[in-house]
Design a protein around this ligand. Sequence first.
Ligand code: BGC
Length: 832
Amino acid sequence: MTELDATEQALGETFAETMVGPDDVPPDPTDPLDRTRFPIDEWRLVEKHPDVSDLGTTETLFAVGNGYLGMRGNPEEGRPSEESGTYVNGFHETWQIQHAEGAYGFARVGQTIVNAPDAKVLKVYVDDEPLNLAHADLVDYERSLDFRSGLLRRRLVWRTPAGKKVQVHTTRLVSFAQRHLSVMTLDVTMLEGDAPIVISSQVINRQDGGDEYTADEEFDPRKAESLAHRVLEPQTQWCADGRILLGYRTAQSKLGIAVGVDHEMVTDNEWSAATSTEADQGKQVYRISAREGQTIHLEKLAAYHNGPSGVPVRELFDRCRRTLDRARIEGVEAVLDAQREWLEKYWANADVEVGSHPAEQQAIRWNLFQLAQASARAEVEGVPAKGVTGSGYSGHYFWDTEVYVLPFLTYTLPQAARSALRFRYLMLDAARRRAREMAQDGALFPWRTISGEEASAYYAAGTAQYHIDADISFALSKYVDATGDTDFLLEEGVDMLVETARMWADLGFFDEKGDGLFHIHSVTGPDEYTTVVNDNLFTNTMARFNLRRAAEVVQELKDRDGADYDRMVKRLELGPAETDFWLRCAEQMAIPYDDRFGVHPQDLHFLEREVWDLAATPLEKRPLLLHFHPLVLYRFQVLKQADVVLAMFLQGDQFTLAEKRANFEYYDPITTGDSSLSAVVQSIIAAEVGYSELALRYFHAGLFVDLDDRHGNTSDGVHVASTGGLWSALVNGFGGLRDHGGVISFDPRLPEPWPSLRWRMRLRQTRLTVTVTQDAIELAAEGPRVEVWVRGEQVAVPADDSVRVELTGHGPRIPGEVGDVPLIWGKPRDED
Ligand code: BGC
């Protein structure tokens, strides 16, 4: 048995332990997956037969990545595929945005993630017949994505057209430990008879053609633009003895990329190999005289390095060589071990367990695994809306990172949270320039971007979302509160807080002739179906937080260290009265409230609009954004996504429970959930105010956003914000965790059908394991003592010890759901 076989066997045994077959589990009405094709396994996503009808979806579901490099779940043979994709976070091309009617300050430069050269390809020919899953006669097939080993694995037995049986096993991983490295293996064994076998291992530039072409598609703003020009200009190629290196520079953005692959063949069969390169392709072709039972084992290592225009592609070649050399010396087994170790630590901090619900457990872990794949090694880049699993939203970074992903990272993988915040810090100069261009003081972060420049050509639902500044400040504050990383706060974070506070103080105004309050006009909140409004409640409450926190931190710095404070004052040219002014703006912030309805209007004029008749809107007209001109939508009370309700969560200490309930009841029936960022938030507030059944249904809607392709566009990539929001729905929604002002409190809302919920979270030096059952909450500390609150009582968890607090019930329970909206995410509610 080879070492690899041994590992495979060990992994196989672990699968057997966790595998729960479809017959072992009673049918679950909330489980939308076809369990004959995708059987339940708490630690893997498993596919029992391939299906070309949802190819794009499964390419996304089985993608592997580490936040830097991502490879879609395309078959090794390259075909069939909907989008054969490989992405290097932040590696993008630019293009001139042509506005039919331009205006000052409109974004001019588009940014689009590039499909990096594809190193996944390992074509297999037996008796000169290609293996192609679209029409192969498969005797056996299983594909799985393993959340503990981080391996994508495929095992199949193919009956060739000549009737010979061939076993083909492959694995693919993108390393968490070495972010530039991917490792693939291919094992081919003739089960019956001998045959000539050809294995063609390739690297293909698919961005500029490749061997698959996509047909023209209908317009969908959620997709990436396709670029009309040649994007990857070949710079240099090199090959020798199974190693291939290709280097490119993007035509407009002038960014460099190099990809290198290396091969090692192990077999007792006779074989020969030839290596070649062209501008857009590199090939390593093996010809093997395969004898029955003699396995052909091929290892393929791939390294990706990219750099800005100043870095010569030759230098990137050298970096690829070093990555490949290191992996070659250490060996594939060591890479597999490192991957396991990394994931073991990850799950020790990030796992969330729900008792006795294996289907939900599997889906939860798939979502949590996506969070690692999207962000773990993003480092100096942000977390794109689709991670590195697809080209949707052009690979851009949005507020998704700060509001949906950072809370999870802060409590489970704080190093990655710090990197994501530093990435914004590195954009601060661009944000300052943008503020000037938009006639504001301070800094205005772009609504969507890769490079730091605003890339949103549609300002109403883009640039106008000024709340991005407050979202960043908010995430930064939560990170610092939870980790105690004051170094980051005082050296870099403070600059972001000050510059964003300045922006708010300058953007709003005191209505001296009217109510004397501080108003913020002509902005868009999170809900993109209502734009350019006055006093958006979400924006104003978040801006208020931003202003207060900036003033507090400046004061903290002053009290702590005179020299650091002086340096900061000098660096930021902070005026003596600035913080007082910010506090005045915050105290006088206009927070609209409507006495007639007893709710907070989404903006000053929101309640004056006509209410959209969602019940009368047919299924074919959803999502609304694909069927109605924006102006039509803006005219109505109808929400793409939670807005006031999100403020009820993020700024929850600023509102009473009664206000939260009234707001939830008002907005829930007019919220379409056309954005995948909505369900998870609706779930959290539904749980808090007592709509427990509805909270669970919203949770399921979020849980299966991608696994059940609820928004019909999973093929464009994973909805990463939803995966992060799902963690929040579990921990904040059902677990009842809140962290206002650095105070950790719990008021759980465990769903009735769940016996328990357990999660881990890091609080400074302590790992806290929280277990909620129907009658208690148990808090176990590994590390120093922590103090928390449970339903209004202070609880000290001693160092390396645990405490149990009895619970009576799980908050108010309001049966049923709000209003009579019959549709939710393209499905009747009772089917959800
Ligand atoms: C949502 C935005 C989000 C973007 C990227 C849009 O559909 O409305 O809030 O930032 O998707 O995920």
